[in-house]
Design a protein around this ligand. Structure first.
Ligand code: GLN
Length: 217
């Protein structure tokens, strides 16, 4: 049967569908992966839920969602995913980690559990639950370098911050100077093909970071 050129493996990226023709994994062992799946699907990507080592094969990009990083770490261990994910990331797989996903991609977790592992995909140290109970969850507009002048409505939920940024890591956004706790701290960083956000871009109506994953990094 003939398949129209706009469908299937011949799909071409366009402004509306920058994900067309791309196979994008969403780590689905725990946490908020469904909202990412929907955004990526809307942008034309073929979305694969990643739960087992073989799911990592042949991906063009990967999203590591928010959730609970200690549980995600345990599940990665349990499902034998640390090695294949580490190898794919070292091999240049584009990745977007959000909130707990940022913690899992980090080089070091300052206050993780003793047995909590991370992938070391970029040279940052992160501090979990950095905003304490009072500001457990909040929304704030961020100026993000390289995605246009419109502020990005960023939703933070028991969010980490980036406590140290190593050489070769670019800070794309910081909390506003008038933010109070955490003012000026980096909350969006990029090292080559790896992008990490302390917030949840999948919960805003704004898909510019998912577009960045699909188009540029
Ligand atoms: N506090 C969580 C953790 O340490 C992250 C919260 C989130 O992903 N929304 O993993």
């Amino acid at each position: 049967m003939d398949v129209p050129a706009a469908l299937g493996s011949h799909a071409r990226p366009s402004a509306d569908q920058p994900g067309a023709g791309q196979r994008v994994g969403v780590l689905a062992v725990q946490g908020a992966f469904d909202a990412h799946r929907r955004v990526l699907g809307r942008l034309g990507a073929e979305v694969v839920e990643v739960r087992r080592p073989e799911d990592v094969d042949h991906l063009d990009a990967l999203v590591l969602p928010g959730g609970e990083s200690t549980t995600i770490s345990k599940m990665l261990e349990f499902n034998g995913l640390f090695e294949p994910l580490g190898a794919a990331l070292r091999g240049g797989l584009r990745a977007l980690g959000t909130c707990a996903g940022m913690i899992v991609l980090a080089g070091a977790i300052l206050d993780g559990r003793a047995d909590q592992r991370c992938l070391g995909a970029l040279d940052i140290d992160v501090r979990r639950n950095a905003f304490g109970r009072q500001r457990d969850s909040f929304e704030t507009d961020l100026d993000i370098a390289g995605i246009g002048p419109e502020p990005f409505p960023a939703v933070f939920i028991r969010a980490p911050v980036v406590a140290r940024v190593g050489p070769g890591v670019e800070v794309l956004a910081r909390l506003p100077d008038d933010h109070g706790a955490g003012a000026g701290e980096p909350v969006l960083c990029r090292a080559g093909h790896v992008l990490v956000a302390a917030f949840h871009p999948e919960l805003s109506e704004d898909d510019r970071l998912h577009r960045l994953l699909l188009a540029e990094i």
